[in-house]
Design a protein around this ligand. Sequence first.
Ligand SMILES: [Zn+2]
Length: 109
Amino acid sequence: MARCPVCGEALRWEELIEQMLELENFGRLLTDKQAFISAFEGFVFTCPHCGQKFYGRYLELKELEKVFELLNDFKGGIDYENKKVRLKLTNLLALNMMLEEWDRKVKHR
Ligand SMILES: [Zn+2]
């Protein structure tokens, strides 16, 4: 789970991505994983809990890769006009992690 590096509160990926939607080229970033990751790492986010600003690079990169995949898997997951993320990224991510864990357990039986 992503947490604010300043106050430690849980962050919702939907909100983080929504902050990034102000980037003109966000849609284009979704076509290139490396470009997406470096844009995320250099982006200055504002924590909705404490109001402090921090760079994306302080967040969990493993989750970011999944977020990138989810946004690509579900076209239309972003409402560019209203700058909203329609996908429940945080929930999908938790589900995804759970399935992977389950998969690992089954394979090692
Ligand atoms: Zn915070």
